[in-house]
Write a protein that binds this ligand. Sequence first.
Ligand SMILES: C=C(O[C@@H]1C=C(C(=O)O)C=C[C@H]1O)C(=O)O
Length: 245
Amino acid sequence: MERKVKVAAVSYLNTRPLLYGFRDHPVMKMLELSMDYPAKIAQQLINGEVDVALVPVAIIPKLKEYHIISDYCIGAEGPVASVCLFSEVPLKEIKRIYLDYQSRTSVALLKVLVNEYWKLDVELIETSDDYQDRIKGTDAGLVIGDRALAQRHISPYIYDLAEHWMRFTSLPFVFAAWISNKPLPVEFIQEFSNANAIGIHNIPAVVAENPYSLYDLSTYYLQNISYPLTPAKRQGMQKFLGYLI
Ligand SMILES: C=C(O[C@@H]1C=C(C(=O)O)C=C[C@H]1O)C(=O)O
């Protein structure tokens, strides 16, 4: 290959199992890896600053061309634990919801649930920096990623978006997938998939090298996040994308 494939990954704990096998793997010779929060890497893929990224699936309609290059994703078949609406009051009493600037998919999912499932009359507020300390009284907040795992210890009411999506549709949910904005060489895709699979099959080793006290990572990796991009997850993703157009 003439130049290295530019790859961007989500910098949260949920991505560690996918990246675990990259170290010392032959695929590293073919790529340059960068990490950031989901909304950032989404913009990088849209702008063509990277070739492939673990992007929020909600940005698929913004890509001129897209290819899902891996059978692994950040998905859930029940409560995901790290994408939740946090509140001091029950759902029906919420007046305003802060949206997470780091997210694209979960913000769109929250809007679907607010309008189509929960049918709430609330004001949605964009954020651009840390806003978690504004989650007070009837002001709730959507928080994703590691910050959500921390927020679980603070907010008394926790509405898990993947769990509520499943109650609404009976389908699993896909938050992010490995998507390229151009066709990539088959040999790269094969090595890339192979590297992704290593950590997924060695979760105890991934947990061992990531000490974390706020949530049990074995539970997170084995029961909350569901990595295989199965036909049912693709169906859930299509259903979700249908709400975005
Ligand atoms: C489950 C999660 O999925 C994430 C949610 C995303 C989004 O809302 O746009 C994007 C990437 C995923 O990392 C999480 O971060 O907690």
